[in-house]
Write a new protein. Structure first.
Length: 297
């Protein structure tokens, strides 16, 4: 396991509990100390990590997409031997994954992409694993996937060749954007209907049973509303991990209309502009052509 942030640490715990030997590496000493408390071993460097593992080795990356993943892969390729496997469990762009898999294949190494969902709940609930790569390489790692998944026969699978795992996770996250936006807009309308003084937590709880819109995401929404009914202290700023953007771009490339996912992404981007020039421009135009009032700050 390389990259022992919160999710990487939780995955390490789950593997240790499943009886696997895990050696972790992170540039931060405190991260290495934390996983040692879970019963895992740790290494002080990539070189030391590779030396500790018996061939054929299996290394699992949990790193941010982009430079962190690419630099680590370049360093590992100098250290690994034919037959070794690297699993990228982060949210890399599938096109980068395909290129990396080819480089690994040329060096007689295996590169497996594993789109991983579950976040902070994966330790107790298990992770949803969408896997791409050579079938034999994936099969060799079956015990690891079965341990990390919600059950050995549920929540994981090889979905296709190299890149397919990260592509599937990208679409998964695009769907997530749309679902979240629909819930957010619906609860916003409920909250704005002041004459009914609706209890949003109560409504969320009602919907959790029997309703066609029930889901784990609704369960989490109900939990959030229970602890903070008015969402006090939360800024209306929504970040995105990048996968929603990739999904929208892919929809355009494939000529597949994806308005819900696209608008959900745009809503997140709009949330970050607390001094919108475009909105000011709209107000100014309305004033120019119709004499409509302009609201002053």
């Amino acid at each position: 396991m390389i990259g022992l942030g919160r999710m990487g640490a939780n995955m390490t715990q789950r593997l240790v509990r499943g009886g696997h030997r895990v050696i972790g590496f992170d540039f931060k000493p405190e991260a290495r100390e934390r996983v040692a408390e879970y019963g895992a071993e740790s290494a002080a460097s990539l070189e030391a990590l590779v030396k500790e593992l018996a061939p054929p080795r299996a290394l699992w990356l949990m790193l941010p997409a982009g430079n962190a993943t690419e630099e680590t892969i370049i360093a590992l390729m100098r250290l690994l031997a034919p037959g070794d496997t690297v699993v990228d469990g982060g949210n890399s762009n599938y096109k980068n994954t395909q290129q990396r898999a080819q480089r690994f294949s040329d060096a007689q190494l295996h590169y497996v992409d594993c789109g991983t969902s579950g976040g902070v709940w994966g330790l107790t609930e298990g992770y949803s694993l969408m896997i791409g790569g050579h079938a034999a390489a994936v099969e060799r790692l079956r015990p690891i996937f079965e341990t990390l998944a919600p059950a050995p026969d549920r929540g994981w699978g090889r979905v296709g060749p190299s890149g397919a795992g990260h592509f599937t996770k990208m679409i998964h996250n695009g769907i997530e954007y749309g679902l979240m936006q629909a819930y957010a807009e619906g609860f916003s309308m409920l909250q704005h209907k002041s004459e009914f003084a609706l209890d949003l937590h109560q409504i969320a709880e009602i919907w959790r049973d029997g309703s066609v819109v029930r889901s784990w995401l609704l369960d989490l929404t109900a939990s959030a509303l229970k602890s903070n009914p008015q969402l006090d202290g939360i800024a209306p700023y929504v970040a995105d991990s990048g996968e929603g953007r990739w999904a929208v771009a892919e929809a355009i490339d494939l000529n597949v209309p994806a308005p819900a996912i696209t608008l959900a992404l745009l809503a997140r981007i709009a949330s970050r502009d607390d001094d919108s020039f475009a909105a000011k421009m709209l107000a100014a135009m309305r004033n120019q052509f119709g004499g409509h009032d302009i609201k002053k700050r």
